[in-house]
Ligand binder design. Structure first.
Ligand code: ZN
Ligand code: ZN
Length: 255
């Protein structure tokens, strides 16, 4: 039996859903190299096997365009130091040829998929956030902050910093997602108040004004997009890793 069919039989046995969503994706923080193809080829093959079995299935590719730039990589000019911490979708293209930093690295990958005949629905994380698709899961995360902190600490064994929040506000002065602390939460207006390292204080909306911590974001996305199948690197499957916390968050918070 082909391995993809074995995966399909297993998933159909364990998960009685009318519709299946196979998800893959990457953070477009630099050149997307050939190694990244493995994940999408697995997703594409499993998706084809589902369709062959007469299952209603989608293949989506989520580009993590709203992730912050982690550091100034060696290929970036010195002035990109000021962009560290900003979402990739909000940083200019270092070569000036695309609409954003994220697009510059995503576009060649999409062209490669096209050449390979892999047809996937592209979703951009910044668009998912800005269009409000995350609002409900962010509300749930803020309401269940203590449970999330317990899950992350118990399952991953890591201590969370004081004042940890599952939602990282995007500072409207310095543009960073990584420098502000949440000081208050308004469950009616769907926003938080924050104070940023840069000296600014403001309010951040759940509709594009910030982002969930990545381990929470992953489980939240399974719910928003109805994801039932997702290939990923085994680093995520290490004990206490993001898949373990994701499963627990998915079960306890996102049903
Ligand atoms: Zn470009
Ligand atoms: Zn700031």
């Amino acid at each position: 039996m082909h391995w993809s069919l074995a995966i399909v039989e297993d998933i159909l046995e364990r998960r009685k859903a009318d519709k299946h969503v196979v998800a893959t994706g990457i953070t477009p923080s630099g050149d997307i190299h050939v190694g990244n193809l493995r994940e999408i080829i697995i997703g594409d093959t499993v998706h084809s096997a589902l369709v062959d079995q007469g299952v209603d299935a989608r293949l989506i590719y989520v580009s993590d365009t709203f992730d912050p730039l982690r550091r100034r990589y060696a290929f970036l000019p010195a002035e990109y130091e000021t962009h560290v911490g900003k979402p990739l979708s909000e940083i200019p293209d270092p070569q000036g040829c695309h609409a954003s930093y994220a697009d510059h690295f995503l576009q060649p990958f999409l062209e490669s998929l096209d050449k390979l005949g892999i047809k996937t629905e592209l979703l951009r994380a910044d668009v998912l956030y800005k269009s409000g698709q995350y609002v409900d899961v962010i509300k749930e995360a803020m309401a269940r902050q203590a449970d999330l902190a317990r899950i992350l600490t118990d399952v991953s064994g890591r201590e969370l910093p004081e004042g940890w929040s599952p939602f990282s506000p995007l500072c409207n002065a310095c543009g960073r997602l990584t420098a502000a602390i949440v000081t208050d939460y308004d469950p009616v207006k769907d926003e938080v108040s924050y104070e940023c390292e840069c000296g600014n204080a403001g309010v951040a909306s759940f509709k594009g004004g910030g982002k969930l911590a990545w381990r929470v974001d992953w489980a939240a996305r399974w719910r928003i997009l109805g994801i039932t199948i997702e290939p990923f690197g085994k680093d995520h499957a290490a004990p206490g890793g993001s898949f373990d916390t994701g499963k627990q968050i998915s079960t306890e918070l996102y049903n």
